[in-house]
Write a protein that binds this ligand. Structure first.
Ligand code: RFL
Ligand code: PHB
Length: 394
C-alpha cells in the first residue's frame, strides 16, 4: 500500500538546517514536511557544535525559539588563542562594536526547534527510511519514503536537501552539473564531554607542539574539550587518563589550572573542507552540510546551515506569496559568497592552530610568524573577531 501526502516544501533532514527552514517557512505561512532517517532521541542527543554567531542567536530569538537559549546559553564577549602557553584574548566587544557569540549546544537548538514545530502542528517524521527525491528537474517533484511500515509519496513544489554531508539529495544533481571542491586535513579531533565545571569562562584555542587543543563549555557542570589526533586513530588508544594528560600539557598556561572530571562521551571526527557548486538544481535546493563542510576550528558549520536556510526561506516566501522567483534563481550564488568567506576563515584558523604533520619547515615558520602576528596585531585580531562573531547576512 502507498500513502500519498502533499506539502509545499518537502524537507529532507531534521538537523539545524531542516528544522530552522521548516520553522521559518511556518512563520511565512508556508507548509512543509520534514523527513528524518534517525529517531527523535538520536538527533536530540547527538553532541556536536556549540557556538552560535550573533546573527544565529538573533534569528532564533526573533522568531520565537530562543527562550531556553537565552536562559541557559552563555553569552561570550571574547575567545582566547594560546601560543607557547601564552594566552591572547580576542575581545569581540571592542573589535566588533559589541557583537557576541552564544555558547549553547547544537542538540539543545535541535530540541527547541523540534518542540516548536510539533507544538505548532508541524509534521516532522522520524525514522523515515529509503528517502528519495524524484523529478526535481520538473514542476512536480516528490519524495518517496517508508515510514511505520508503509510506503509514502510526498508530493511537493520544492525539495530542500538538508540531509547533511552523507545525505541523498546532493546525489540528485547530475554529475555534469555539479562541481565539487574538497580538502582533507591530515588530522582529526578527539572531542569529549566531561562532567566537570569548565576551568575557563571563555573558549581557549591552544597551539602546542604536541598538537592543537580546545577548551569549550556547555554548562556550569559540563566541559567540552577537543584535542588534535591522527584522523585514523582508534579511540580505544585514548583511555580517559591519557586524554587528561594530553590536555594538561597542551592547555597549560602559567597560573592556570585545568580541572579534571569523568569523561561522559568521546568520539573522533576527521576534518575536511568541501563545497559543491551549484547548491541548486531545478526544484531542489541544498542547505547546510549537504552542500558544504568546514573544519570545526572556526565554529561555523551550524551557523552556515542557519544562514543558508534564512536566504532560502526568504526566497521561497517571495516565490510562493508574490510569484517572484529571482531570489530562488540566485539562491546558490547568494549562499556561496558567504560559504567561501567562511571556508577561508575556517581554513585559516585550522592552519593557524594545528601542528601540520608533514613537518614542512617553511610552512611551520610561516605558521609561527602568523601566530606572532595574531598575538601582536590589532588589525589581525580585528579580522578574526569580525569573522568569528559572523558577518551579517547580505
Ligand atoms: P546535520 O546536522 O548533519 O543534519 C542532517 C540531518 O539529515 C539526516 N539525514 C537524512 N534524513 C533522511 N534521509 C536521509 N537519507 C538522510 N541522510 C541524513 C541526518 O540524520 C541528520 O539529522 O546537517 P545540518 O542541518 O546541515 O547542520 C550542520 C551542522 O550539524 C554542522 O555543520 C555542525 O555540527 C558543525 N560543527 C560546528 N558548527 C558550528 O556552527 N559551531 C561549532 O562550534 C561546531 N562544532 C561541528 C562542531 C561539528 C562537529 N562534528 C562532529 C562534525 C564540532 C564537531 C566535533
Ligand atoms: C564546541 O563547543 O563544541 C566547539 C566550540 C568551538 C569550536 C568547535 C566546537 O571551534
Amino acid at each position: 500500500m502507498t500513502a500519498n501526502m502533499e506539502t509545499q516544501v518537502g524537507i529532507v533532514g531534521a538537523g539545524p538546517a531542516g528544522l530552522v527552514l521548516s520553522h521559518l517557512l511556518h512563520k511565512e505561512g508556508i507548509d512543509s514536511v520534514v523527513l528524518e532517517q534517525r529517531s527523535r532521541s538520536y538527533v536530540e542527543t547527538r553532541v556536536r557544535a556549540g557556538v552560535l554567531e550573533q546573527g544565529s542567536s538573533d534569528l532564533l530569538r526573533e522568531t520565537g525559539v530562543g527562550a531556553r537559549m537565552l536562559a541557559e546559553g552563555a553569552v561570550h564577549e571574547g575567545v582566547n588563542l594560546q601560543f607557547d602557553g601564552e594566552r591572547h584574548r580576542i575581545d569581540f566587544a571592542t573589535l566588533t562594536g559589541g557583537r557576541r557569540i552564544t555558547v549553547y549546544g547544537q542538540q539543545e537548538v535541535v530540541k527547541d526547534l523540534i518542540s516548536a514545530r510539533l507544538d505548532a502542528g508541524g509534521t516532522v517524521l522520524f525514522e523515515a527510511t529509503d528517502v528519495t527525491p524524484n523529478g526535481v528537474d520538473g514542476e512536480n517533484p516528490s519524495i518517496t519514503f517508508r515510514h511505520d511500515g508503509t510506503d509514502h509519496v510526498l508530493g511537493c513544489q520544492v525539495v530542500a536537501g538538508c540531509d547533511g554531508f552523507h545525505g541523498v539529495c546532493r546525489g540528485a544533481i547530475p554529475t555534469d552539473v555539479l562541481t565539487e571542491f574538497e580538502r582533507e586535513y591530515p588530522f582529526g579531533w578527539l572531542g569529549m564531554l566531561a562532567s566537570v565545571a569548565p576551568s575557563t569562562d571563555e573558549l581557549i584555542y591552544a597551539f602546542h607542539p604536541r598538537g592543537f587543543a580546545l577548551h569549550s563549555l556547555r554548562s556550569p557542570e559540563l566541559s567540552r574539550l577537543y584535542i588534535q589526533v591522527d584522523p585514523h586513530e582508534d579511540i580505544a588508544n585514548w583511555p580517559d587518563e591519557r586524554i587528561w594528560e594530553e590536555l594538561q600539557i597542551r592547555l597549560a598556561s602559567p597560573g592556570w589550572t585545568l580541572h579534571e572530571g569523568p569523561i561522559v562521551e568521546k568520539a573522533i571526527t576527521a576534518m575536511r573542507s568541501y563545497v559543491c557548486e551549484p547548491m541548486q538544481f531545478g526544484r531542489l535546493y541544498l542547505a547546510g552540510d549537504a552542500a558544504h563542510i568546514v573544519p570545526p576550528t572556526g565554529a561555523k558549520g551550524m551557523n552556515l546551515a542557519i544562514a543558508d536556510v534564512t536566504i532560502l526561506a526568504r526566497a521561497l516566501a517571495d516565490w510562493f506569496h508574490r510569484g517572484e522567483g529571482s531570489g530562488l534563481d540566485r539562491y546558490s550564488e547568494h549562499c556561496l559568497k558567504r560559504v567561501w568567506r567562511v571556508q577561508d576563515f575556517s581554513n585559516t584558523m585550522t592552519e593557524l592552530m594545528h601542528v601540520l604533520p608533514e613537518r614542512d619547515p617553511f610552512a611551520s615558520r610561516v605558521q609561527r610568524a602568523r601566530q606572532r602576528y595574531v598575538a601582536t596585531s590589532a588589525a589581525m585580531q580585528h579580522t578574526i573577531a569580525e569573522n568569528y562573531v559572523g558577518l551579517p547576512l547580505a
